[in-house]
Design a protein around this ligand. Structure first.
Ligand SMILES: [Zn+2]
Ligand SMILES: [Zn+2]
Length: 410
């Protein structure tokens, strides 16, 4: 990576850190919900253009893509999400949200600011011919209302990108540390709606009707049990019902009923096979009780499955610009993150950025109106993303240089 990187980052941050923190506070004071990030997008375009870059707004008007670098070498993607949450900011700070009921409670203002810092750093390096390829900055709208990632993909946002990386704030980890995990790091979360129907009637004559409430109860208990027997337990595919409803009086069998629940899953393959499997199991239980069952399976986000090589690139980067003990392990969360959509197409990794003030880990939580970060995490994030992008670019160049002589990739 070249021994000069650390001092280059030091001098860049000495000049820019205060301004980046001010940028984050400005975003924090003016949070915007998914697909409504017009002000945020305008501020970013202004700042990137001032750095000599040429940001391109995404087709729906919010979010943007901005490429920086030299030549036609490899391309590395870095993604930040820019949207806020429909929550009230409960903090007592000068930069508290000025928009009632909207708050950057997931740290996306921090992700966005870090990526702006990375863009400014590379703009300067590119002018000196020091970027061994291209870095594509992806400022994605609407992570919280899933859909933003799909818009980026539809707009060709990762076309030609070899690898993509993202950070997410982690209030359980201290500033200066990066949580890494190979394999799944966030979970899939889908919704299922089951509707059953059959001829109703008097409860004295269940044999002349379809005993619909009984059948629905069987479906509600047997479906999760059968699922757990049909998929690898390591995928942690689980179906949990949140609503079951049928009938209105004690002595009449209703002619329809519903069950609604969520499916969570840690494994990509199991996630892909879940709807088909669920349908097969549902049909077999329903037919045994002679009721008709319809399944409406609503896809959420896929699990984010980190590629091993990409995680190693994060680790190499952290050790180079933060230090040996910068890298930490991190557990898989059962939350969803739409970065998983990118990793369905290209390799990459999501890492957890420590944002807790030392000694305060776990004091705040994401998606709470009290959430805040130690702003030193912005500088740390810039260092890590710059070093990770360079590691990935150098690695791609090395790998493609090896190809013509037919060396197998290690
Ligand atoms: Zn969130
Ligand atoms: Zn988030």
């Amino acid at each position: 990576m070249g021994g000069g990187l650390r001092p280059q980052l030091d001098s860049f941050l000495a000049e820019n850190e205060t301004d980046l923190i001010a940028f984050r506070r400005d975003l924090h004071m003016h949070p915007e919900l998914g697909f409504a990030e017009h002000r945020t997008t305008a501020r970013l375009i202004e700042a990137l253009t001032a750095a000599g870059l040429r940001p391109q707004r995404l087709p729906k008007g919010t979010g943007l893509i901005c490429e920086v670098g030299n030549g036609d070498g490899p391309v590395v993607g870095l993604r930040a999400d820019i949207d806020a949450l429909p929550l009230t900011d409960e903090k007592d700070v000068a930069y508290r949200s000025t928009v009632p009921g909207v708050c950057h409670a997931c740290g996306h203002d921090v992700h966005t600011t870090i990526l702006l810092g990375v863009g400014r750093f590379f703009a300067r390096q590119a002018a000196a011919g020091l970027v061994p390829g291209k870095v594509r900055l992806i400022f994605q709208p609407a992570e919280e209302t899933p859909g933003g990632a799909l818009d980026v993909l539809a707009a060709g946002g990762i076309a030609g990108v070899d690898r993509v990386f993202a950070l997410h704030c982690d209030p359980r980890l201290e500033v200066g540390r990066l949580g890494l995990r190979v394999g799944p790091i966030t979970a899939a979360c889908d919704k299922v709606n089951v509707r059953v129907a059959g001829p109703g009637g008097h409860t004295a004559r269940p044999h002349l009707t379809a005993d619909l409430v009984y059948a629905l109860a069987k479906i509600v208990t047997e479906l999760p049990a059968a699922l757990s027997r049909r998929v690898d337990p390591r995928s942690s595919l689980s179906l949990v019902w949140g609503r079951v409803s049928a009938g209105s009086v004690a002595n009449a069998i209703p002619d329809d009923g519903i069950a609604q629940g969520t499916v969570r899953c840690l494994d990509d393959e199991a996630w892909h096979s879940a709807p088909e499997l669920m349908k097969t199991l549902l049909d077999s239980v329903a037919s045994a009780y002679d009721v008709k069952a319809e399944l409406d399976y609503v896809r959420g986000v896929p699990p984010t499955v980190n590629e091993r090589t990409s995680v190693e690139m994060f680790r190499t980067a952290v050790e180079a610009v933060i230090g040996e003990d910068g890298a930490a392990g991190t557990p898989q969360s059962l939350g969803g993150e739409d970065f998983g959509w990118y990793l369905e197409s290209i390799p990459g990794a999501l890492a957890r950025l420590g944002v807790a003030t030392p000694g305060m880990a776990g004091a705040y939580d994401l998606h709470r109106g009290t959430f805040d970060v130690d702003e030193r995490s912005i500088g740390v994030g810039v260092r890590i993303m710059v070093a990770t992008a360079l590691t990935a670019l150098w690695e791609s160049r090395r790998a493609s240089a090896a190809e013509p002589i037919g060396e197998p990739a290690a």
